[in-house]
Write a protein that binds this ligand. Structure first.
Ligand code: TYD
Length: 154
């Protein structure tokens, strides 16, 4: 089992899509092990998007990500990072397939509704960036035995 870090971006908050997006994750069988609202700072975003700071769109990205508070989530499950990325869809909402979150809620490369960790290694780094250890809860939902076969609960 592994945990992915998801951010419901200002484009999700300001459109009022929070409930619909959280419902999708829960319906899929991902377990919410952490969730909180926070206002992102420029300092944190420069760290989180370090691979993009030199790109011409970075000032607009900063502005977009600070337009409102965001909701950060820790989602737990088997192959959670890959599953959440599949559910997220391509970076540009206009290219993302219908049925994906970006495909269904976004028309934009920047206002693309959510962030999702792109690898298990980055998920570990990102979880530490946005959550303290006491904000992650290791409970097991009673439905787990009917979400996975025994061999999948590893
Ligand atoms: P990136 O890490 O490439 O994509 P993803 O979010 O799918 O992992 O980019 C991070 C964010 O930067 C992306 O969600 C939106 C923004 N962005 C732009 O605004 N314009 C761009 O051309 C790219 C590549 C990203």
């Amino acid at each position: 089992m592994e945990t992915s870090l998801v951010i419901l971006k200002p484009s999700a908050i300001l459109h009022g899509y929070v409930g619909q997006i959280i419902t999708r994750f829960q319906q899929k069988g991902l377990v919410i092990r952490g969730m909180k609202m926070m206002q992102l700072s420029e300092e944190l975003l420069r760290e989180h998007y370090a691979h993009l700071v030199d790109r011409p769109f970075f000032p607009d990205l900063l502005h977009s990500m600070m337009a409102s508070p965001v909701i950060v989530m820790a989602l737990w499950g088997n192959d959670a990072v890959e599953v959440v990325r599949i559910m997220t869809g391509a970076t540009n909402g206009r290219k993302a397939l219908p049925g994906t979150i970006r495909g269904d809620f976004s028309m934009s490369g920047q206002e693309n509704i959510i962030h999702a960790s792109d690898s298990p290694a980055n998920a570990e780094i990102e979880l530490k960036r946005f959550f303290s250890p006491d904000e992650i809860f290791s409970y097991l939902p009673t439905s787990l035995a009917y979400t996975y076969e025994p061999a999948e609960m590893k």
